[in-house]
Design a protein around this ligand. Structure first.
Ligand code: ZN
Length: 219
């Protein structure tokens, strides 16, 4: 599961949003985390942009973020906000994603630095750009946040969680992420023995609230 999926998932039972995400194991290689942090710290926008490219059509790599000018207005289409928006609307929607980041906890420490940079550098830049969005041409404003937008997009949508869980703070249900797949089944379809094994396997990384009192199963 990609961390950015948290942005669109509510508890399937009580509909509470957002869920809390806890990461126990990454599928994404450690070297790649280091490389991306390095590219951000050296402000290597071109290479970060390149890493994010996806092959939507065979043999044709597409940019993760696309911009175009329509009657002097910059339109932005990307994967985090989704859809196409003028710069001001895009920034308003982008800033709402900060809440999602606050609900992600990395118990492996591998992406701890990335989450910290996103909180202390990227979102302050996004907020500042929104405040000043009418001061300069759209293109200049967009350039000032492009590096951090690539950085956030990489973390949200190019990394893969191998094992972890999601927790609903309202109905206290937890949902395992197993072999990269979030398992969000109704209580009656869940396998108690298998899930208690999962809790045992990761018990050092799971808070007591889930371990001892979580629904529908705990230890
Ligand atoms: Zn719930």
């Amino acid at each position: 599961m990609k961390p950015g999926l948290l942005d669109i998932l509510a508890c399937p039972i009580c509909k509470h949003y957002p869920l809390v995400l806890r990461i126990f194991k990454w599928e994404t290689k450690e070297d790649l985390f280091k490389q991306v942090i390095e590219l951000h710290s050296t402000k290597n926008r071109a290479e970060l942009k390149d890493i994010l490219k996806v092959e939507r059509v065979k043999g044709q790599k597409m940019d993760a973020i696309e911009t175009k000018l329509i009657e002097g207005k910059l339109m932005v289409a990307d994967e985090v906000v989704r859809g196409e928006h003028d710069l001001k609307s895009f920034l308003e929607l982008l800033n709402q994603k900060e809440e999602t980041v606050n609900f992600i906890h990395d118990a492996t420490d591998r992406s701890k630095d990335i989450i910290q940079i996103i909180k202390t550098t990227s979102f302050p830049i996004f907020k500042d750009t929104l405040q000043k969005s009418s001061e300069k041409p759209d293109q200049d404003m967009f350039s000032s946040l492009e590096l951090d937008l690539y950085f956030l997009t990489w973390f949200f949508l190019r990394t893969e969680i191998e094992e972890g869980l999601m927790f609903c703070e309202k109905c206290k249900r937890w949902y395992p992420i197993d072999e990269t797949i979030p398992q969000m089944l109704p209580d009656g379809l869940r396998d108690q023995a298998r899930e208690q094994d999962f809790l045992k396997k990761w018990q050092k990384k799971i808070p007591e609230e889930i371990l001892k009192k979580g629904n529908p199963f705990h230890l």
